[in-house]
Design a protein around this ligand. Structure first.
Ligand code: SAH
Length: 252
């Protein structure tokens, strides 16, 4: 039987102009393409239903999706499992490798290839200029799989260490209080005038970017398609741009 292959393919932030060429090649090579329905729509014109099986899965159910993709590859199929942004950042590479770990015996399994992509934080930073030119960190505010106490500890540590912070999964209908709580924690350590950008659906048709301050951030305007970027103490506003200097010593 042909040895299968599982390609973990990053789609970038939305606009196909930011789809990595290696991802395009992987999609062309795949016999089966699996992903969350909305992502499959983004790449619909790159797929060929006559030649490829396209499997749309529901949001969530990630372990199931990972197992299904691995199973198909073990059965000899060439499979592309897709995620938006970078597949290794809060996305499907995690569950796939968790499942591989649980299964043991990595050697005999199908070939695995991971194709990197442009994560939301990079796409958002590009729209804003140079906000992540110095140390930054990413924190997901989703407490579906991570206890809130741990998230809170990380927010506190990042605030104290003066990192630029990118909040992924900042707010949804069910998770409506976490961002407000993170804002309160940050305000204990950071000045109220700290710059904050709310960037929604970046590179997509409904893109929206809005710069405000930590004190004035209106969390109700933030949803699950948004990324919230909090500047550090050196981040400055230059017209419509945000910039963080690379080194602080020369800053006068
Ligand atoms: N793997 C993805 C992240 C998945 S988590 C990546 O690397 O970008 C989903 C979160 O990513 C969203 O809640 C939002 O915070 C962020 N996100 C993804 N695409 C985005 C976009 N086009 N614009 C703004 N934020 C985005």
């Amino acid at each position: 039987m042909a040895k299968g292959k599982l390609m973990l393919v990053s789609l970038g932030p939305g606009d196909l102009a930011y789809l990595p060429p290696a991802a395009r090649d992987a999609l062309a090579e795949a016999e089966v393409v699996i992903g969350y329905g909305v992502y499959l729509q983004l790449i619909a014109r790159l797929l060929d239903p006559a030649r490829q099986r396209v499997v749309a899965s529901a949001l969530g159910a990630e372990m199931e999706r990972a197992r299904e993709a691995l199973e198909l590859a073990r059965n000899g199929r060439i499979v592309a499992l897709v995620s938006s942004g970078d597949i290794g950042v809060y996305a499907m590479a995690g569950p796939v490798f968790q499942q591989l770990g649980a299964d043991g015996n990595i050697q005999d399994g199908p070939e695995i290839v991971v194709v990197p992509g442009i994560s939301a934080v990079q796409a958002v930073a590009a729209r804003l200029g140079a906000p992540i030119a110095h140390d930054f960190c990413c924190i997901s505010l989703s407490d579906l799989l991570t206890p809130w106490e741990l998230i809170e500890r990380r927010v506190r540590a990042a605030a104290e260490a003066d990192f630029v912070i990118a909040f992924y999964n900042p707010r949804s209908r069910e998770r409506h209080w976490q961002l407000k709580s993170a804002q309160a924690i940050l305000l204990e350590q950071r000045p109220p005038a700290t710059l904050v950008a709310v960037a929604r659906a970046v590179t997509r048709v409904d893109e929206q970017i809005h710069v405000t301050t930590l004190a004035e951030l209106d969390v109700t305007a933030v949803d699950m398609f948004s990324l919230v970027l909090v500047g550090n103490s050196q981040t400055r506003r230059l017209g419509r741009w945000l910039a963080t200097p690379r080194g602080y010593r020369e800053e006068r």
